[in-house]
Design a protein around this ligand. Structure first.
Ligand code: NAP
Length: 315
């Protein structure tokens, strides 16, 4: 493995596409590209890649953007971890997205489910796991790069210990770890470890999302980060909105760090892009950054593996 393997240039903010149907995602992706978004975050599991592909094609056909200026990311689903199925899954995504290559392909979760038509195979309510080690799936991910089906490969929802293990047998190093990270689940140790090891962090649910697959279940009270007292104080002081403060905090979290956020609203999309790209300056002092860092509560929203699949994967 080349320790100096080059990293992709990823825009500081990507558009999330989760929880939108084909029609909605088509509308939002096209709008976002027109506003200047270049990184679109997809997944086979979101079941809306056809809508994303339609928007990309229209944007290219209308000369709004060139394919090479876009950064398209999608993800391998858990039922396709067997070495012979990895290529099947990316090819299905490519067909739906109407593209010839992906910029970055991620292993969505470090968990292999039994292959088949059902993305969540269960017997008597229990998820059916498949006997596939991550190193075998990774070898097939590497083959996708050799075949020019994707430019880069990476992972998502990986704790450092699994990444460390994966790297030991890898020929191509994962360039990205996409993880949940927001005010209440900052994951500073994991982020520092990845940044030190030249792995880019993509923080998902950067505002705190609009779902909860964990906190309530653990009976932890979840007050949304957008309503946080310290965030509200800083927003008043700087005469801007609470979301502005959170985006500014993310922007200042260092190199090899970007976010993937979702909005269907034009103004919110534009404002987030402006802050993350530095067109609007909301500078937080070191003291203000620390004030927000102290709000970490280790509250995980996306504990899907523990809540739905009976593996406490982050413990
Ligand atoms: P988020 O950006 O933290 O939350 C989006 C929610 O915040 C939406 O309900 C949106 O509503 C609202 N919102 C956006 N801007 C706002 C603003 N300025 N003020 C107030 N509310 C605002 O992130 P997310 O949707 O949870 O995740 C983003 C993306 O990350 C997903 O779409 C997906 O692509 C990716 N993701 C990946 C994984 C993984 O396992 N790898 C897991 C989860 C998510 P409106 O649309 O109404 O503005």
């Amino acid at each position: 493995m080349d320790p100096n393997q080059p990293l992709p240039k990823i825009p500081k903010i990507g558009l999330g596409t989760w929880k939108m149907d084909d029609n909605k995602v088509y509308e939002v992706v096209l709008k976002a590209i027109k506003l200047g978004y270049r990184y679109i975050d997809c997944a086979w599991e979101y079941e809306n890649e056809i809508g994303v592909g339609k928007a990309i094609k229209e944007a290219i056909d209308k000369n709004i953007v060139k394919r090479e200026d876009l950064f398209i990311l999608t993800k391998l689903w858990n039922t396709y971890h067997r070495p012979d199925l990895v290529e099947v899954n990316i090819k299905d995504s490519l067909k739906k997205l109407n593209l010839t290559y992906i910029d970055l392909y991620l292993i969505h979760w470090p968990l292999a489910f039994k292959p088949g038509d059902d993305p969540y195979p269960r017997i008597d309510g229990h998820i059916q796991y498949d006997k596939v080690p991550l190193s075998a799936t990774w070898k097939s991910m590497e083959n996708l790069v050799q075949k020019n089906l994707t430019k880069y490969i990476g992972v998502s929802n990986f704790p450092s210990i699994l990444l460390h293990d994966l790297i030991q047998s890898a020929n191509i190093k994962p360039v990205v770890n996409q993880i949940e990270s927001h005010l209440y689940l900052q994951q500073n140790d994991l982020i520092n470890w990845c940044q030190k090891n030249n792995i880019i962090i993509q923080a998902y649910s950067p505002l705190g999302g609009n779902y909860d697959y964990g906190c309530t279940v653990k009976n932890k009270k979840f007050e949304h980060p957008l309503k946080n007292e310290k965030v509200t104080e800083l927003a008043k002081k700087k005469n801007c909105s609470n979301s502005d403060i959170i985006f500014a905090w993310h922007k200042q979290r260092g190199n090899n760090y970007c976010i993937v956020s979702k909005s269907e609203n034009d103004e919110r999309l534009k404002r987030a892009l402006d802050i993350m790209e530095g067109n609007v300056d909301i500078n937080l002092t070191e003291e203000e950054m620390n004030l927000l860092s102290n709000e970490d509560k280790n509250l995980r929203l996306n504990d899907a593996a523990k809540v739905f699949w009976e593996i406490p994967s982050f413990e």
